[in-house]
Design a protein around this ligand. Structure first.
Ligand code: ZN
Length: 217
């Protein structure tokens, strides 16, 4: 709905040089999520912020300045939410439910190829279907493992047994993963966040989890 509809103010566009960098700055725009008690709980992408807003799960307390960024759908132009407050109180356990996604599979496996045991960074890793998709292997926690490109290529379209490549450990559904903490520096935060974060900023520094788990479910 919103993809491709992101509009920057022309003046701002010049000053931040969109089109000159490979990574579009809109990707880095985040929203701060507060619990219904106003306690800061996490940072989420602007896309998820808009989704939560449209689903009616949050009230928008602050917006990013419209002279910096707005989002346009087919018919309307919106300001991008900057601070959201959940309408329903969510306890800590809800935040630690682990979403099935690529990055979380890597994290469960400690960024280690489950065939050769070597550690890699995320860019060098792949997800491997233990039982290949062509043999009806499912895309879930118990059938997806972290594999380096070399092992994935070598295993190809075979089961570990057929390939003679036993797994280091049996893939399981994790019941907990530590959240990814993003460090915050008071001076580099959006102005609209500061008043809400004062409680967690110690001498100008603090951390908050960044969304990998899904709040919306
Ligand atoms: Zn490997």
């Amino acid at each position: 709905m919103f993809h491709g509809g992101v509009v920057f103010n022309p003046n701002q566009r010049r000053s931040i040089g969109i089109g000159q960098t490979r990574h579009h700055p809109i990707r880095h725009i985040r929203a701060l999520v507060l619990n219904s008690s106003y306690q800061p709980v996490k940072l989420i992408s602007w896309q998820r912020a808009i989704l939560l807003w449209f689903q009616g799960k949050v009230e928008v307390l602050e917006y990013h300045p419209s002279d910096q960024v707005t989002v346009r759908s087919a018919r309307e132009e919106f300001q991008v939410p900057s601070v959201l407050r959940l309408k329903r109180f969510i306890n800590h356990r809800r935040f630690t439910r682990v979403k099935f996604c690529r990055e979380n599979v890597y994290r469960r496996d400690d960024y280690r190829c489950q065939y050769c045991g070597e550690e890699f960074n995320a860019k060098e890793l792949t997800l491997d279907h233990v039982v290949p998709a062509s043999k009806k292997g499912r895309k879930d926690w118990t059938n997806m493992v972290t594999a380096c490109r070399k092992c994935n290529h070598r295993k190809a379209n075979r089961t570990p047994l057929a390939a003679g490549m036993p797994l280091l450990s049996e893939p399981r559904v994790p019941n907990w993963l530590p959240p990814i903490q993003t460090s915050l520096k008071l001076e580099s935060l959006p102005e609209s966040w500061k008043v809400y974060l004062s409680g967690i900023m110690d001498e100008g520094f603090g951390t908050l989890p960044e969304d990998l788990e899904d709040l919306t479910g």
